[in-house]
Design a protein around this ligand. Structure first.
Ligand code: SF4
Length: 424
């Protein structure tokens, strides 16, 4: 058994290579059999994909659904471009993910497990495909496991978009006024959980809630994976106890220890001012600064970078990544990017652009079919607070060297020619 207070947990045992089934069984020796629903409830586990919804409640909701063909969908899409944690986990302990999915399938009475990995990442597809074949050779009992490989894009990892793709080969989010809502493949209900959540379910089923709670805080129990990037020696994935001071996470990842700001949660997350690096990394503490753990991204912004320009880069990219099926995405996000461009380059009346930007945020919020535009607005609003002094400088036309893109700013995929991005 892994010692209850030690790390790593979900990344335990792997030394740069995925554990085989035999190695997995050797490393994660089974504990006493538990009433898993009871343990899941008392563990306080919340989804590690971003929404932090209590896993027990989601499972309980699916248990109550009728239907003989329920499925568990394992989301390994890693929608956030700055995140690498699901890939790191699949490259370390693919069998832990699959074991958790099987536990969940048993709890809700699912016949199928649909593992979804972006086809653009063949290495991760291979890791999971090999693990699934190993399991199939071992036993035909339990839910049938299928591997699905949708194309990667930002919204493809959103759970309703993923289910849409499984139904119709289209990665478009579905309108869901109420959360949690029941998603369906065909007519049958599905439980969607990300890979890290599944791995934690496997550990709770093996070792129990008390063991799980030995790490983390009362309100945010357990460990979590952090994708650390930006001003760091090397982008990396760390497993930390929830509630660890951000300063300690930066030190463990050899990051810039005097950052200007941190982007937390992902591209639809929030900026946190560098003066708050002693804040414990848990939602109940980050909330005081308007931030949250979200999808587990921590991108470090160095002092020489321009936070307004970095926000513009992200907003531009997010505008291009939307599914453009709703007005807020099709028109609102490009307009936000345009206003930010005027502010950043002190052109076309930046003061008016600043005022427009604020009112646009109010008018776009809550009007998309999914939360994509709301995430962008959250990011922009946090930028207006954290980089308020810089914005004031831009508005009066003072030169800003940060727009020259120093090294180690936020990496945005496939955006070598970001100035050429166009939208109508
Ligand atoms: S809000 Fe944007 S990303 Fe979400 S469904 Fe509408 S167009 Fe697509």
């Amino acid at each position: 058994m892994i010692s209850s207070g030690s790390l790593p947990r979900v990344l335990h045992g792997s030394e740069g290579r995925p554990l085989s089934l035999a190695q997995h069984e050797e490393v994660f020796i089974a504990g006493t059999p538990f009433n898993v629903m009871h343990e899941l409830e008392h563990s306080g586990l919340t989804g590690r994909g971003g929404a932090a919804f209590p896993t027990f409640r989601k499972v309980d909701l699916l248990r109550l659904q009728r239907g003989h063909n329920k499925s568990v969908v394992v989301n390994v899409m890693e929608g956030e471009p700055a995140a690498h944690k699901e890939f790191a986990l699949a490259g370390a302990n693919p069998h832990l993910i699959l074991e958790g999915a099987q536990v969940l399938a048993g709890l809700i009475g699912a016949k199928r497990i649909l593992v979804c990995v972006a086809r653009d990442n063949p290495t991760v597809v291979n890791h999971l495909s090999r693990a699934i074949h190993e399991l199939e050779r071992r036993s035909l009992r339990g839910a049938k496991i299928e591997l699905h490989t949708p194309p990667w894009r930002y919204v493809a990892g959103e759970e309703s978009a993923l289910v849409h793709w499984l139904n119709d080969n289209e990665s478009l989010p579905q309108y869901r006024p109420e959360r949690p809502s029941i998603l369906r493949v065909g007519h049958s209900p599905v439980l969607v959980d990300n890979a890290e959540t599944c791995a934690n379910v496997a550990l709770i089923a093996r070792f129990g809630a008390e063991w799980f709670r030995k790490l983390g805080t009362e309100k945010s129990p357990g460990s979590t994976l952090v994708s650390l990037t930006g001003a760091v020696e090397r982008s990396t994935v760390l497993e930390v106890s929830l509630g660890t001071p951000i300063r300690d996470i930066l030190a463990a990842g050899h990051a810039d220890m005097a950052p200007q700001a941190l982007l937390l949660g992902g591209f639809g997350g929030t900026w946190l001012h560098g003066q708050h690096i002693d804040t414990p990394y848990a939602n109940e503490h980050l909330g005081a600064h308007g931030a949250n753990v979200g999808a587990g991204v921590m991108a470090v912004l160095p002092r020489e970078a321009c936070g307004v320009y970095e926000t513009l880069r992200i907003v531009r990219w997010m505008a291009n990544e939307s599914a453009r099926q709703c007005g807020p995405c099709a028109f609102g996000l490009p307009a936000l990017a345009e206003d930010l461009t005027s502010i950043t380059h002190s052109s076309k009346d930046p003061k008016a652009a600043y005022e427009r930007l604020q009112s646009r945020c109010d008018s776009i919020e809550g009007r998309g079919a999914c939360r994509h535009p709301d995430g962008v607005i959250q990011l922009v609003r946090s930028a207006l607070i954290v980089f308020a002094d810089d914005i004031a400088q831009h508005i009066v036309g003072r030169p800003c060297t940060g727009t020259q893109r120093p090294k180690h700013t936020i990496t945005i995929p496939s955006l070598e020619h970001e100035d050429e991005l166009i939208w109508e």
